[in-house]
Design a protein around this ligand. Structure first.
Ligand code: ATP
Ligand code: MG
Length: 549
């Protein structure tokens, strides 16, 4: 399990504290994370994972990973492995690894128990008719004409449903609760339906499948879950959750459902169905495209599990829905990376600089610090010679106001090297810049001068030893248009090339660095090879986001 304890407390922990005090479940705390294997997990699921597993850690309890695979048609086992990878990557270990479909026999028995108790009946109404009978928020529903079938008849019909005597939709099993309940979920909800479909686990053993509201509480109860944490949309389903467990009557201290607000992020759509469309339509390059809000995507982008856990801690657990600024997630990523990632000099849109007063065949190795924040990271040697590259953004032929970087006649500090003055701009025939003729002051080798100060410091790359790299600058996949609607951002990926200092050639897939003054980058785990380095921008260096400490 993750090393650091989830220290934050929240209203769910307050409930658990009280239950422990009253010994409701003795000293036991058992949670579960129950994904449906119908897509890759996203950052919203990360919130749920951190909450469920984090709560288990906090109370020395456990958390089960349980696939909610009660719907045979939507599921795909491709996703199962991905889900496990994601949970492990976040730093958590499950107590048990379980499948809801393993409980189909027991669920069936529970349904039979309800029929025997006169609390469930087989209904022949069509789906449409059931909807019409359901009533509205202001009007009660109408009872089904099949509601008063005898127990014997219901048992026989349910058995026949199981045997495959009926077609999909011909009959359903419904709980007999209250068609006048103000809570529509309690108006004789369907608890079993017929679906002649192959199931990945049980194959064709079953042609009837339990509905979520019936299956979920039973899954929890069978496993001995104490606190079943779910998102707010299930608040109105809680009475049904409790009803099922009480009506079946097998569990003296049944689990309790607790709801919290689902995580929403600005610039982000989190729905497996929507994300699957993006993948299927080729809008993105797979579930792990670094622009995707999937855990696989942010992992490939270069986010760290520590940053994601920190983010989930900082947003806390809310009882009301809201949307969190994605800037907070990015701030957590920066906070984490700045303490463990070394700088490298990288320039984009390079402009060549020739130091005219520097000896032609000379190269010197300059010692440059690896991190401004963490001196313990030491320094590295970086070659410097007569021909260098600077970043396209660090030169302006006609400087705007307050531009302190390189321009004709201006002197700047080349980070870790010398003071350099730009004297002349040499152009190609088409008017583009060929090179900048500059001079250096040998007295300023430490990067300092006893006699004068400069306002600008820029970075550089030695031309002879420069390594060409591919750079993928990512921006938000989704942006809001003028009507506040989310749209695909056409600029979500800008691919460029750059020149990097020689050490970059050693970058292995998955290595993270700070491109000095530019941002945090990771060598793409899939595309980086010995010969070609492809870097994903994890996050830029600055943001307008203010972190509350
Ligand atoms: P989606 O709507 O994206 O398809 P889902 O809720 O259908 O998600 P499940 O696989 O059923 O996905 O979810 C597994 C667990 O993750 C559930 O307990 C669910 O409540 C939780 N979860 C899903 N999305 C979020 C979110 N945005 N914030 C917090 N928890 C979430
Ligand atoms: Mg779901």
């Amino acid at each position: 399990m993750a090393e650091e304890k989830t220290t934050g407390t929240n209203f769910i922990h307050a409930i658990i504290d009280k239950d422990l005090e009253n010994q409701k479940y003795g000293d036991k705390v058992l949670t579960r994370f129950p994904p449906e294997p119908n897509g890759y997990l996203h950052i919203g699921h990360a919130k749920s994972i951190c909450l469920n597993f984090g709560t288990a850690i906090k109370y020395n309890g456990g958390c089960n990973l349980r696939y909610d695979d009660t719907n045979p048609v939507k599921e795909d086992m491709e996703y199962v492995e991905a889900i496990e990878d994601d949970v492990r990557w976040l730093g958590f270990t499950w107590k048990e690894h379980l499948w809801a479909s393993d409980y189909f026999d027991e669920m069936y028995e529970c349904a039979v128990t309800l029929i025997e108790k006169g609390l469930a009946f087989v209904c022949d109404l069509t789906g449409e008719e059931i909807r019409q009978h359901r009533g509205t928020l202001t009007e009660p529903g109408k009872e089904s004409p099949y509601r008063n079938r005898s127990v014997e008849e219901n048992l026989r019909l349910f058995e026949e449903m199981r045997e495959g005597k009926y077609a999909d939709g011909e009959k359903v099993l419904r709980a007999k609760i209250d068609m006048a309940s103000p809570n529509i979920n309690m108006r004789d909800p369907v608890i079993y339906r017929i679906a002649h479909a192959e199931h990945h686990n049980t194959a064709d053993k079953w042609c009837i499948y339990p509905m979520y509201d019936f299956a979920h509480p039973i899954e929890d109860a069978i496993e001995g879950i104490t606190h079943s944490i779910c998102t707010l949309e299930f608040e109105d389903h809680r009475p049904l959750y409790d009803w099922v467990l009480q009506a079946v009557g097998k569990w003296p201290t049944p689990p309790q459902q607790i709801e919290f607000a689902r995580l929403n992020l600005t610039n982000t759509i989190m729905s497996k169905r929507y994300l699957k469309n993006l993948v299927d339509e080729g809008v993105v390059d797979g579930w792990d495209d670094p622009r995707m809000p999937t855990i696989a995507g942010i992992r490939r982008r270069g986010y760290t599990p520590e940053a994601v856990r920190d983010f989930c801690d900082r947003i806390g657990v809310a009882k009301a829905n809201s949307t969190v600024d994605i800037g907070l997630l990015e701030a957590c990523v920066r906070d984490d990376l700045k303490t463990r990632v070394e700088n490298r000099n990288v320039v984009e849109n390079p402009i060549k600089v020739v130091i005219t007063n520097y000896p032609e065949d000379q190269t010197e190795e300059l010692e440059i610090e690896n991190s401004k924040e963490v001196p313990e990271m030491g320094s590295r040697k970086v070659p410097f010679s007569r021909e260098l590259y600077v970043d396209g953004d660090d030169f302006m032929e006609e400087p705007v106001k307050k531009y302190f970087r390189l321009f004709p006649g201006n002197e700047v500090r080349f980070k870790g090297a010398y003071f350099i003055t730009c004297n002349e701009v040499v152009k190609n025939e088409d008017g583009s810049i060929r090179e900048l003729l500059c001079t250096y002051d040998p007295e300023t080798r430490s990067g300092e001068s006893q006699t004068r100060k400069v306002k600008g410091t820029i970075h550089w790359v030695d031309a002879k030893t420069a390594v060409k790299i591919k750079i993928r600058n990512y921006d938000y996949l989704m942006i809001e248009d003028e009507n506040g609607e989310m749209q695909i951002n056409p600029q979500s990926l800008v691919e460029t090339e750059g020149f990097a200092e020689p050490l970059i050639a050693e970058a292995a897939p998955g290595d993270r660095v700070q491109f000095f003054r530019k941002g945090y980058y990771m060598a793409d785990p899939k595309l980086t090879t010995e010969d070609e380095k492809v870097f994903n921008r994890i996050v830029g260096l600055k943001s307008s986001f203010k972190m509350k400490k």
